[in-house]
Design a binder for this molecule. Structure first.
Ligand SMILES: *[C@@H]1O[C@H](CO)[C@@H](O)[C@H](O)[C@H]1NC(C)=O
Ligand SMILES: *[C@@H]1O[C@H](CO)[C@@H](O)[C@H](O)[C@H]1NC(C)=O
Length: 372
C-alpha cells in the first residue's frame, strides 16, 4: 500500500523478537521503496540482503529489475538479469516482459529486440503482454506496418491480441497524427474479438481533436453514447479541451454540465478548461464566481492556469485595473504568476493604450502555458 514507514516499524519489531528477515521480507520492503520513489534505499536494502546471506530468488530479482526499469535504468536492469543467470536463478517470462516493457517505454527498439531474441533462445514463449510491448516500441519508432504485421501474427498464432494490444497500436497511430488509420483499426478490432473500451475511444478522440478533425471527433462522441460506453474523466476532459481548441465554447460548457450530471468528479483540468471557456465566451463574471468557489474548496485549486485564464478574461472583457486585483489575489494565495500570466497582463495594458488590437493570444495557455 506504499506505507513503507509502517513496514519498517514492523521490521523493527521483528528484530526485537529475534526473528530474522528473509528474502521475502527484504523483497517486500524493496518493492515498497521502489513504489515510494526511494531508489537509493531500495538498492541499499538489496545490498544488505546479500550481506546478510539471503539468497535472492526469482521474485526478488524480478522486483529489483522491475524497480530499475521503472526508473529507466535499463543498463543496470539488464546487468542484473545477467547476474541472475550467472547465479543459477533463471529469468522467467515476467523477467523478460519487464525488461521488454522498460525498453519499450524508452522507445529503444534494439534493446527490446535483443531481449525478445534472448527470451526465444531460452525457450520462453512470448505472451500477450510481451507482444503488446513490442507493438508499443514499434509504434514509438514509427514502424506501424511492422506493428500491424506483429498483431496479425499474434492472431494467426496461439497468442491472440487483446484490447490493450489494439489500444497501444491506436495510441501510437494517433500520436503520429495517423488518425485515419487509427479509425480503421478501431473498426477492425472487433473482427479480432476485441471490443473497444473507453480507453480506445479516449485515444481516438484525442488524436482527432489534435488533428483538428472535429467533425469525426463528434461522430466518435456520438458512437460512445450509442455503444453505451461509460465515459470517464479522461473522456470528458478530452472532449472539453477539444471543443475549446475548436472554438466551440458553448459545446464545451454543455459537456461540463453532462459530466456533473453523470456523477463524474471533475479535476483541476476540468475546472481550468471550464474557466477558460467561460472567459473566451465573455462570461467572465461566471468564471470569477467559479474561481471563488474553487478557492473555498482548497485542495490545490485554483492554480496558475486558472488565474492566467481569468486575468486574460478580465483584461479582455472588463479592464486591466480589475485584472490587477486578481493578480494581487493570486499572489496573496501564494500562486506564482508565470510568463503567460504576465503576457496576458502586458497585452491587456498595451491594448488599453491602443497600441495593439484586441488580445487573441490566450489559446495556447492551457496547452503549454506560453503566449507569444
Ligand atoms: C515468474 O516470476 C514471477 C515473480 O516475479 C512470478 O510471479 C511468476 O509466477 C513466475 N512465472 C512463472 C511462469 O514461473
Ligand atoms: C481498457 O483498456 C485499457 C488498456 O488499454 C485498460 O487499462 C483499462 O482498464 C480498460 N478499461 C476497461 C473499462 O476495461
Amino acid at each position: 500500500m506504499g506505507n513503507v514507514e509502517m513496514a519498517l516499524a514492523v521490521l523493527a519489531k521483528m528484530f526485537l523478537r529475534g526473528c530474522s528477515p528473509n528474502v521475502h521480507t527484504f523483497t517486500s520492503l524493496m518493492k515498497g521503496y521502489f513504489m515510494g520513489g526511494r531508489l537509493c534505499e531500495a538498492l541499499d536494502l538489496w545490498n544488505r540482503m546479500i550481506q546478510e546471506g539471503s539468497e535472492p530468488n526469482t521474485v526478488a530479482y524480478n522486483t529489483l529489475i522491475h524497480g530499475l526499469c521503472s526508473y529507466g535504468k535499463m543498463v543496470e536492469a539488464v546487468s542484473v538479469s545477467q547476474k541472475m543467470e550467472r547465479n543459477g536463478v533463471f529469468p522467467n517470462e515476467t523477467t523478460y516482459s519487464t525488461l521488454i516493457d522498460g525498453f519499450a517505454k524508452a522507445g529503444d527498439l534494439v534493446g527490446a529486440s535483443e531481449i525478445w531474441n534472448k527470451m526465444i533462445t531460452n525457450g520462453c514463449l512470448p505472451n500477450v503482454v510481451v507482444y503488446t510491448c513490442m507493438v508499443d516500441v514499434l509504434c514509438r519508432n514509427s514502424m506501424f506496418n511492422h506493428a500491424l504485421h506483429l498483431i496479425e501474427n499474434m492472431a494467426n498464432g496461439n497468442c491472440p491480441p487483446n484490447t490493450i494490444t489494439f489500444n497501444t497500436f491506436i495510441k501510437g497511430l494517433c500520436c503520429s497524427g495517423k488518425t485515419e488509420w487509427a479509425m480503421k483499426v478501431l473498426n477492425q478490432m472487433r473482427q479480432y474479438g476485441c471490443a473497444p473500451n473507453v480507453t480506445t475511444y479516449n485515444e481516438v478522440l484525442d488524436g482527432l481533436f489534435n488533428a483538428k478533425r472535429t467533425r469525426e471527433a463528434l461522430q466518435i462522441v456520438g458512437e460512445i453514447e450509442e455503444m453505451e460506453i461509460k465515459s470517464n474523466l479522461v473522456t470528458y476532459n478530452t472532449i472539453l479541451s477539444g471543443f475549446c481548441h475548436a472554438g466551440m465554447f458553448k459545446g464545451a460548457l454543455q459537456i461540463a454540465g453532462k459530466l456533473l450530471v453523470g456523477g463524474t468528479k471533475p479535476d483541476s483540468i476540468t475546472y481550468n478548461t471550464v474557466i477558460y471557456a467561460y472567459c473566451k465566451q465573455g462570461e467572465v463574471k461566471t468564471a470569477i464566481q467559479l474561481v471563488d468557489r474553487l478557492t473555498k474548496k482548497g485542495e490545490g485549486y485554483p492554480d496558475v492556469f486558472t488565474y492566467t485564464s481569468l486575468l486574460w478574461g478580465v483584461c479582455n472583457w472588463i479592464g486591466v485595473d480589475d485584472a490587477v486585483v486578481y493578480l494581487d489575489k493570486m499572489i496573496n494565495e501564494g500562486i506564482c504568476p508565470n510568463r503567460a500570466t504576465w503576457n496576458a497582463l502586458v497585452r491587456g495594458l498595451f491594448s488599453k493604450l491602443g497600441h495593439l488590437g484586441p488580445i487573441h493570444t490566450v489559446d495556447n495557455i492551457l496547452a503549454n502555458g506560453e503566449v507569444t
